[in-house]
Design a binder for this molecule. Structure first.
Ligand SMILES: [Zn+2]
Length: 87
């Protein structure tokens, strides 16, 4: 599972960049209580994140590599915060 408190001002890795893009697109969100990332399963938000990857990848990163980074983050994130009580 992924736990991060990275912010846009402190992006040091491609993964960190991908997480910030996904958050801004609304594809993932951070549990306010525990800090775990959760996949919101929103295909439109995912598409927005991939659009950013293709059109505005980080410096020195190809659009393809940026899109792969987005996909890898999505693969690694679950739908629910593991520490929040289940419904
Ligand atoms: Zn939680």
């Amino acid at each position: 599972m992924l736990m991060t408190r990275e912010r846009r001002s402190a992006i040091r890795t491609l993964r960190g960049w991908a997480i910030s893009v996904l958050q801004e697109a609304g594809a993932i969100r951070e549990c306010e209580e525990h800090g775990w990332m959760q996949d919101r399963a929103d295909p439109h938000a995912r598409e927005r994140a991939f659009d950013v990857a293709r059109q505005d990848p980080p410096a020195g990163v190809s659009p393809q590599a940026a899109a792969v980074a987005i996909a890898e983050v999505l693969d690694s994130i679950g739908d629910n915060c593991p520490e929040c009580p289940a419904d």
